[in-house]
Design a protein. Structure first.
Ligand code: UT7
Length: 327
């Protein structure tokens, strides 16, 4: 059987750090509230000339270098993002060009904070089917450009970042993407939304002017949804391949809120040493969150070849999913 094996990983975050104390000068908030309710201490924020494509290109180049691959050997570039540089063309095409992947197709995939899980699932299927041999998957978002910096209920939560992996089809190995669960409940679309600027309220018309130009999130609804569904998605993925949570070496959940991460880990009976967290440094980087966490887990030596890692993500859609990878 052909398996989609992770052959390299990269990341990118903008250099600018915004601390909780910095935010307390903008809105009525404080470090103690943000840390206690979310676990976030600081986040990275893009400058005007830093975008989803610039972060993606940096992360992609690092992943290619990590694998020691020629970019011409890539068959496909997938970028999971909801904050592409433009409505069209796809950011993945800019990435494909910039990294010199002259033989690759490219498309973006919109699954918000679950974008990397969805992208990896598509890549793994295309590799397992024999259609592609080598695929680049990037998860990236630049939500700082859509946050209302006067709204304390959202501006403290988000940051910018990207992560990327390159996947390769290999035979006769037990490594690779073992299982994925993908789910959606569009009845919750209104809970995390950027209303203005799409084809419903295009900026070429008049109606968008009365719509929200910033990210809106019903925090409590999303919190409830996440706590109820993250653990379930993981249990479903485990059941599909007949594994138990004891066999998971490292759990790398979407880094949105420390309390949500801890509640998912509790539900799965995973001890703290098996749970990776870096939300304190980056906040919620949406599509960038899971691959950025995987990258840091690898660099910290907590995720090594042959270990079984489970990731889970949830976000705007509402959409969620989990996967299990033997690294
Ligand atoms: O990737 C997308 C996924 N998104 C998420 O995972 C977010 C999920 N939701 C959450 O993480 C939490 O709901 C929040 C962190 C957004 C909010 O935490 P909470 O414990 O649910 O707080 P709350 O919304 O119930 O607000 C409690 C209080 C309110 O004051 P009152 O009405 O009790 O007087 C808020 O106005 O905290 C107030 N508050 C703040 N206070 C200081 C809200 N934001 C802030 C703030 N600083 N930044």
């Amino acid at each position: 059987m052909t398996r989609a094996v992770v052959a390299g990983i990269g990341h990118a975050v903008p250099p600018k750090i915004v601390t909780n104390d910095d935010l307390s000068k903008l809105v009525d908030t404080n470090d103690a509230w943000i840390v206690q309710r979310t676990g976030i201490k600081e986040r990275r924020v893009c400058a005007a000339d830093e975008t989803s494509s610039t972060l993606s290109i940096e992360a992609a180049n690092e992943a290619l270098q990590d694998a020691g691959w020629d970019p011409d050997s890539l068959d496909l570039v997938i970028v999971g993002t909801v904050t592409g540089d433009n409505i069209f063309p796809a950011t993945s095409c800019m990435v494909q060009d910039a990294i010199g992947a002259r033989n690759a197709g490219a498309f973006d995939l919109g699954a918000a904070c679950a974008g990397f899980i969805y992208g990896t699932a598509v890549a793994a299927s295309m590799i397992e089917s024999g259609q592609c041999k080598r695929i680049l998957v990037v998860g990236v978002d630049v939500l700082s450009k859509y946050v209302d910096w006067t709204d304390r209920s959202t501006c403290v939560l988000f940051g910018d970042g990207a992560g990327a992996v390159v996947l390769e089809g290999r035979e006769g190995t037990d490594r690779g993407v073992l299982e994925t669960v993908l789910l959606s409940d569009g009845s919750g679309a209104r809970h995390i939304i950027l209303e203005a600027g799409g084809s419903r309220y295009p900026i070429t018309g008049e109606e968008w002017k009365s719509k929200n130009r910033h990210l809106y999130m019903a925090g409590a609804e999303v919190y409830r949804f996440a706590v109820n569904n993250m653990g379930d998605a993981c249990l479903r993925a485990l059941a599909e391949i007949g594994m138990t949570s004891d066999e998971i070496d490292l759990f790398v959940p979407h880094q949105a809120n420390l309390r949500i991460i801890d509640s998912a880990a509790d539900k799965l009976g995973l001890p703290p040493e098996k749970v990776f967290k870096n939300v304190e440094k980056y906040g919620n980087t949406s599509g960038g969150s899971i691959p950025l966490a995987l990258y840091e887990a690898v660099k910290d030596g907590r995720l090594r070849e042959g270990m079984v890692v489970m990731t889970v993500g949830f976000g705007a859609g509402l959409v969620w999913g989990a996967n299990i990878i033997r690294w």
